[in-house]
Ligand binder design. Structure first.
Ligand SMILES: CC(C)(COP(=O)(O)OP(=O)(O)OC[C@H]1O[C@@H](n2cnc3c(N)ncnc32)[C@H](O)[C@@H]1OP(=O)(O)O)[C@@H](O)C(=O)NCCC(=O)NCCS
Length: 155
């Protein structure tokens, strides 16, 4: 393991922003694929959780190198959230020796929380590689270099 990050976010802020400005404001910090997965009555909770996830990634990596839209938290077909890093975030992760980031989200009506583990190599066992492989597939077709599971570049 190389880094650990946690963040808590009040759902009310995202509820207010969505009510006032719709997805337009969310689009400043969320990637289109994140917005597509967070529509419906629980959107404020889900976006708050993903916002917490982005902040937790920054804590786990120890930096905040680029656009928040390049830290993508995507739900895989099993419902498991995956972190995809693009652009400057991906480069910063690689420079630090981080090969994958693992996230766990939880949310309810008022609060959302995320924990992120930044991993070097196969530090948490074969499962990390399996997760990374799934994240790579979810990365809009982008191919990560061998040995960098979960850290995906922009297509
Ligand atoms: C996964 C589960 C525990 C979520 O619990 P919950 O209290 O309803 O919801 P929480 O707010 O704590 O967490 C929701 C987040 O969990 C994450 N999640 C969903 N399924 C997950 C899974 N199988 N593994 C890891 N995380 C998962 C998602 O990020 C979800 O957020 P999203 O809906 O915005 O994408 C619940 O849906 C469940 O029991 N599912 C069936 C059993 C299962 O798959 N368990 C896996 C863990 S043992």
């Amino acid at each position: 393991m190389l880094g650990l990050g946690v963040d808590v976010v009040a759902v009310a802020r995202w509820r207010r922003l969505l009510r006032s400005y719709g997805e337009r404001v969310a689009g400043r910090v969320f990637a289109p694929e994140e917005l597509a997965q967070c529509r419906g009555p629980r959107a404020p909770e889900q976006l708050a959780a993903r916002w917490a996830g982005k902040e937790a990634v920054a804590k786990a990596l120890g930096c905040r190198p680029g656009s928040w839209r390049d830290v993508v938290i995507q739900r895989d077909p099993d419902g498991v959230p995956r972190v995809l890093l693009r652009g400057a975030w991906r480069e910063a992760a690689r420079a630090r020796g981080v090969t994958s980031c693992h996230v766990s989200l939880s949310h309810e009506k008022t609060v959302a929380v995320a924990v992120v583990l930044a991993v070097a190599g196969d530090a948490v066992g074969g499962d990390a590689v399996a997760h990374g492989a799934l994240a790579q597939e979810a990365g809009a077709g982008a191919a990560a270099p061998a040995g960098t599971p979960g850290v995906v570049e922009e297509k």
